[in-house]
Design a protein around this ligand. Structure first.
Ligand SMILES: [Cu+2]
Length: 181
């Protein structure tokens, strides 16, 4: 998944619609960040997605998906999220409760690019030192109501789908879709 250790800015900030381009970006940088954000999902999704870069909505989409160049500031891990995922991230960053009453899907087709997480603790201060540190290549992330997680392993080493952050409100299923690059 992503490097959640220091959630410096809330995804709440990411969620609010600010429909202008931040002039702090050189346009080349912004183009690169938009390209990176969109690389998280197939074009059929990312072509019409909203893109948020550093808290600013730089492209207003129309298909309900939101792509970000970084899962958290400057971690370089792009993702494209549906509305349920955006809501969950907002809860996670702000340490609020979250309860899924429907499915949520996030695409991370670039994988976590070597910036993994603790598989149990989204707030681990030093994930690379965690006993359950995990890196994942290209994957989908799926939120489901908790009862539906029953029977799924939380062991990433099986190579198949596994449960991340099991004992937190931010639990989700990681679904590897390609080998790690
Ligand atoms: Cu992920």
């Amino acid at each position: 998944m992503a490097n959640y250790l220091v959630p410096k800015i809330g995804v709440a900030a990411l969620l609010c619609s600010v429909s202008f381009i931040n002039t702090a970006f050189a346009s080349d940088d912004l183009d690169a960040l938009i390209t990176r954000a969109k690389s998280a999902a197939p074009a059929a999704i990312s072509d019409n997605a909203t893109v948020i870069v550093k808290g600013k909505e730089v492209i207003k989409g129309n298909n309900g998906w939101t792509c970000l160049p970084d899962t958290f500031p400057d971690d370089g891990m792009p993702m494209c999220n549906d509305a349920v995922w955006m809501e969950m991230l907002d809860a996670m960053v702000n340490k609020k409760d979250f309860k899924a009453d429907k499915i949520g899907i996030s695409y991370m087709l670039q994988g976590d690019l070597g910036a993994g997480v603790s598989n149990s603790d989204p707030y681990h201060p030093n994930p690379k030192k965690a006993d359950d540190y995990v890196e994942t290549g290209p994957h989908l992330m799926i939120i489901v109501p908790k009862a539906m997680l029953e029977g799924l392993t939380d062991d990433p080493s099986t190579g198949g789908p596994y449960v991340m952050w099991k004992d937190t409100p931010y639990v989700h299923i990681m679904v590897p879709v390609a080998d790690k690059k």
